[in-house]
Design a protein around this ligand. Structure first.
Ligand SMILES: [Zn+2]
Ligand SMILES: [Zn+2]
Length: 445
């Protein structure tokens, strides 16, 4: 059978020529269109073993069909598993061999994990240079090694894990916008590795696989039902308690920041600013001002009446009203559920750590730019520098300006219900680089 025949047998539809996102229209990964009642038993078994049959909607969040991923040792047996497509797995569960998604001859990406001419008309060969993706493929050695015993247990164990995910009760409304690294994009391999990492903290992996994603659960605690807020707007006591937690963390952060950040003093902030964009301050100098910059972003995120006033050219004082007013959005975090003060305090602290990461990222980003003229006539070259600066800022704006995104994109929350106990837990997840807060910092004082 060539690709055209396989497509008709599996999908009852002809081959497609274009690859569409997120899944190819003839994907082997997750196929609502895969034919379930094909006459050929091999074809039927392919349809029954697709990833979405195993773990439902998670298929799309854990794996991609853009390239076939393979283990060179499994290839000696002509074997490739859907488990190899999981981005959270960096090496073969059986052999420990690093998984590949490129031709070992010319380095071209492998064909899509879908029914296409590139994938099937020369199976397991590079469609650019025809080099077999394993040296033994298409040789007599393959037929000999096919008879060797092959241990499928690790793959069966992983499929069992995927099936458990399929029945897990998780609500994760923010998943599409979440990316734990400040530079990465959602719907990228690193985002899929992060989702894998979080899910494996809920359902432990059956195998001891090397961890591939620097992501972790930052806080975890019981949660009330969806939309039943712990803190209705009129609950003055509860708001005061959260305000006290915030102030306590703010004191702690300020003490630590003053030691590392020369721009921050007891009285004010010494910052060389490019300017403001809807209340987002942009420091001009590189490196040493990141601490003070993060301090501004973070306070703007939480405090309703927080602003900077500049007296001289680069000397600013922070105006705090006598009575702290937290912004309603942060008071009602997480939006869909209710969190205890302990988890809320973790959220406050982790926002600061994420803002510090963003401020440092911004500092690195402007380091690469040509120096900017500030006033007066601009030459063409200076105009280009400004254009470059604006383009860089528009990329960073959602991370630097709390008016655009309420909380850092690297943090996300989800709720899951334990099937046996029925209890609901709330999880705050984010980069593993996030630092734990000392316990006393989140105690109200
Ligand atoms: Zn292998
Ligand atoms: Zn090649």
């Amino acid at each position: 059978m060539n690709a055209a025949d396989v497509s008709v047998a599996l999908f009852n539809r002809p081959l497609l020529q274009a690859h569409t996102q997120p899944l190819h229209g003839r994907s082997l990964l997750a196929g609502p269109l895969l034919s379930k009642d094909a006459a050929d038993p091999v074809i039927r078994s392919v349809g029954a073993a697709s990833l979405d049959k195993l773990c439902g909607r998670w298929a799309h969040w854990l794996a991609s069909d853009a390239r076939i991923r393979y283990c060179r040792d499994c290839m000696r047996h002509g074997f490739q598993s859907v488990v190899h497509q999981l981005d959270g797995i960096a090496s073969c569960p059986l052999h420990g061999t690093p998984l590949m998604d490129r031709c070992s001859g010319c380095g071209s990406p492998t064909a899509p994990y879908a029914v296409t001419e590139a994938t099937l008309d020369m199976p397991f060969c590079c469609y650019e240079c025809s080099h077999p993706i394993s040296e033994v493929w298409l040789t007599l050695k393959l037929f000999r090694s096919k008879d060797l015993p092959f241990d499928e247990r690790p793959f069966a164990a992983m499929m069992g894990w995927l099936k458990q995910l399929g029945i897990l009760q998780i609500e994760w409304p923010e998943i599409a916008a979440w990316h734990p690294s400040s530079e990465g994009e959602p719907d990228s391999p690193s985002a899929r590795r992060a989702v894998f990492s979080v899910l494996s903290s809920l359902v432990p992996l059956p195998l001891d696989l090397p961890r591939t994603s620097p992501v972790r659960v930052l806080a975890r605690g019981p949660s009330a039902d969806r939309f039943r807020r712990l803190l209705p707007a009129y609950d003055e006591d509860a708001h005061q308690q959260l305000g006290a937690i915030y102030k306590s963390i703010r004191r702690h952060v300020h003490r630590r920041l003053r030691k590392i950040s020369p721009g921050l003093s007891r009285k004010g902030i010494d910052l060389d600013l490019f300017g403001w964009d809807t209340m987002a301050p942009l420091p001009q100098s590189r490196g040493s001002q990141s601490g003070a910059h993060a301090w501004l972003i973070w306070r703007k995120r939480f405090e309703q009446e927080f602003y900077l006033s500049g007296s001289t050219h680069n000397d600013f004082s922070v105006t705090s009203p006598r009575r702290l007013l937290l912004r309603p959005e942060v008071l009602s975090w997480p939006v869909a559920w209710a969190a205890r003060p302990a988890e809320w305090g973790q959220f406050v602290w982790q926002c600061f750590v994420a803002d510090l990461e963003s401020a440092r990222g911004w500092s690195r980003a402007i380091e690469a730019l040509p120096p900017l003229p500030r006033y007066g006539q601009r030459s063409d070259e200076q105009q280009r520098a400004w254009t470059q600066f604006s383009a860089t800022y528009s990329m960073w704006a959602p991370r630097l300006n709390p008016e655009i995104r309420r909380w850092p994109r690297s943090l996300s929350q989800l709720a899951w219900t334990d099937a046996t106990t029925g209890s609901k837990e709330l999880l705050l997840v984010g980069p593993a680089t996030q630092v734990d807060t000392p316990h006393e910092a989140i105690q109200p004082t």
